[in-house]
Design a protein around this ligand. Structure first.
Ligand code: ZN
Length: 131
């Protein structure tokens, strides 16, 4: 069972809807950025010594990476909506403890509690000490 009240579930669904809308808007905007970078680099293609060349490649990579992240986030949102449907939303996927309401508000698509997320971050930073 989820431990979320009907009001909390309604609020979570509304937050996920908003999150999905803003992520989709972000993907659309990044897609336009990507196209404009690609078309501006195509029009500069005759200039062999284009000093912007390498930074354009960098921009393109950067926008592609952001696009990838945004698309990934969209699948996280879809999963969170599924979890909301099956009653597991709001519970940490790793330790099974409830995720704090503040964290769910800030990151509605999250699947781990703040403790587990912190552990994962510390593991990723391996030994550089607390921030
Ligand atoms: Zn946890």
């Amino acid at each position: 069972m989820s431990g979320l009240s009907p009001a909390q579930r309604t609020a979570a669904r509304a937050r996920l809807d908003a999150e999905r809308a803003s992520t989709e808007a972000r993907i659309a905007a990044l897609g336009r950025d990507f196209e404009s970078i690609v078309s501006s680099s195509a029009s500069a293609a005759d200039d062999e010594h284009d000093p912007e060349g390498s930074s354009t490649a960098f921009d393109r990579q950067h926008v592609a990476a952001l696009l990838g992240q945004a698309r990934e986030h969209l699948t996280e949102i879809a999963r969170a909506e599924q979890r909301l449907g099956d009653g597991s939303y709001g519970r940490c996927e790793r330790c099974g403890q409830p995720i704090g309401p503040g964290r769910l508000e800030a990151r509605p698509a999250t699947t781990v509690c703040v403790g587990c997320a912190g552990r994962a971050t510390r593991q990723a930073r391996r030994g550089r000490g607390p921030t």
